[in-house]
Design a protein around this ligand. Structure first.
Ligand code: AMP
Length: 481
């Protein structure tokens, strides 16, 4: 997953981009970058690391201009941190800088069809080059040409993509895949300095920067925000949306609102639904409900409220350690769980604990934490999960790995229960998830739960992805030995 921000007409774009990217740092910690345009010339700076590591005060000061785009990177498959950092830019047929959040499924086919020689393995570079080639086919490069080129790009690409481009001759240009898989919003600010626009993966960026959200970018829509501070929006494809459910379950900030559904509220409803699942199977009472911090706090609060059981913080999180998944291989991931969460013995000793997490992916976190709590002499440890079993990989940008790595892909609930060492295991149901998120089931991508992929993912492509992921794990393991 990644995070994108774009601004046009702001006082100092680099500060807005910096603060905006900080607000969505949770969407990617591997690389960061900015492209800033001062009306005359543009500067591109990107590197591996957190936003605060890539940009210091002096660098930001030096980035002159009131418009630009920024990116925080979360690696998925086959990635090389330095080469794959975004934004990317081309200079032909005109200068275009671009950044995105998503993943292209038919990457290899597109590289072949367009005969591309790319410098990275980042699929945004592919999108940018295809867009540039399609634009080059136009007789004249004007506003209409941008829209017709991107319409052809949408016809060609298979996957998820929320894209922000800065085209110095025109302004900010955004487009979102026809299924609207990844989130994307835009907004406006009017003050004494005039009107400015901002776009981002999550609306919290806009709130923090003082912009009023206008709306989500529609699935299949392209929007040109011009230097004269007007904008033109065209819906180029009209398909049923398939928004990724995992944004509400885990990924997005709780204070964000995606597709008009606030994430905190959704997580709270998910917790209530989860408590209902627990009640269906269990009539004994828990002594305490404890969240796996941070995401599952909201889920757990609602579980406790619905079951009328005390909610306690029984695991203390070291806030200076990033998300466990930043550790790209299993060995470092296991060490990270231990150093990241420490139990508060007094809250668990002698108690029947209901431990709540938002998801089980590889099962690393659940196994470690259940053991940790047992070691503190809890009487029982019951595990409750905010999402249904994750059984299949994600091809749209979330690091949900190969089937063989997924805890729930080939086990029954009883087998998982035993494997993670819980006294009982309660998963969210798919119906409960849909009720919790409060979107129409047909409008959600649930592919990691039901293998119903919103775009075609051919068998050979699945094999290719799995192979890449295996190689990647092997490479990282060798590197860490
Ligand atoms: P695992 O330990 O592999 O079972 O992963 C589950 C834990 O990681 C949960 O505590 C989640 O909060 C978190 N998590 C789930 N999915 C992801 C993801 N795609 N990227 C980063 N963290 C995740």
């Amino acid at each position: 997953m990644c995070g994108i921000v774009g601004v046009l007409g702001s006082g100092k774009a680099s500060s807005e981009l910096y603060n905006g990217l900080l607000a969505i740092q949770h969407r990617g910690q591997n690389g960061a970058g900015m492209y800033v345009f001062d009306g005359d010339a543009a500067v591109l700076k990107k590197d591996k690391g957190l936003i605060g590591e890539v940009f210091d005060e002096e660098t930001l000061e030096g980035l002159e201009g009131s418009s630009g785009i920024g990116h925080v990177r979360y690696p998925t498959i086959g990635s090389d941190v330095e080469r794959d950092a975004q934004p990317f830019k081309v200079e032909e047929p005109i200068e275009i800088a671009m950044a995105h959040n998503g993943n292209i499924v038919n990457y290899r086919e597109m590289v072949e069809e367009y005969e591309l020689e790319l410098d990275s393995t980042c699929d945004l570079e592919l999108i940018l080059h295809i867009f540039a080639k399609e634009l080059d086919k136009e007789d004249k490069i004007d506003e209409d040409a941008l829209f017709s080129a991107v319409e052809r790009v949408m016809e060609k690409l298979n996957g998820s993509y929320s894209v922000v481009a800065m085209i110095p001759d025109f302004g900010l240009f955004l487009f979102r895949d026809p299924k609207g898989i990844r989130p994307f919003v835009f907004g406006k600010k009017v003050n004494l300095n005039g009107t400015s626009f901002a776009v981002a993966s999550e609306n919290t960026v806009l709130d923090i920067l003082g912009y009023k959200v206008l709306r989500d970018v529609l699935p299949g829509e392209a929007i040109l925000i011009k230097e004269d501070r007007s904008y033109q929006a065209r819906q180029l494809k009209n398909m049923e949306p398939k928004h990724c459910m995992f944004e509400w379950v885990y990924f997005a900030r709780p204070d964000s609102t995606i597709e008009r559904i606030n994430v905190y509220e959704a997580r709270f409803r998910l917790g209530r639904q989860l408590a209902k699942e627990w009640k269906k199977k269990n009539d004994h009472k828990l002594d305490v409900v404890i969240p796996v911090p941070d995401t599952a706090r909201t889920h757990a609060l609602a579980v406790a409220e619905e079951l009328d059981i005390p909610y306690r913080e029984g695991l203390l999180r070291n806030r200076y350690i990033g998300r466990t998944f930043i550790m790209p291989d299993q060995t470092s991931r296991e060490t990270a769980v231990k150093t990241k969460l420490n139990p508060i013995i007094e809250e668990v000793k002698g108690k029947k604990v209901g431990l709540v997490d938002d998801s089980i992916v590889r099962g690393t976190t659940s196994k470690k934490l259940i053991k940790l709590i047992r070691d503190c002499k809890a009487e029982e440890v019951h595990f409750l999960v905010g999402s249904p079993p994750i059984v299949s990989p994600c091809y749209y940008g979330i690091d949900i790995p190969t089937k063989e790595e997924l805890e729930a892909s080939d086990k029954t609930i009883k087998e998982i229960e035993k494997d993670i060492g819980a006294d009982s295991l309660t998963y969210q149901s798919i119906d409960g998830l849909v009720r919790g998120v409060a979107k129409k089931k047909d409008h959600l991508c649930l592919a990691c739960l039901d293998e119903n992929y919103p775009t075609r993912v051919r068998e050979d492509i699945r094999d290719y992805f799995e192979d890449m992921r295996r190689k990647e794990r092997k490479k990282v393991k060798q590197g860490s030995n």
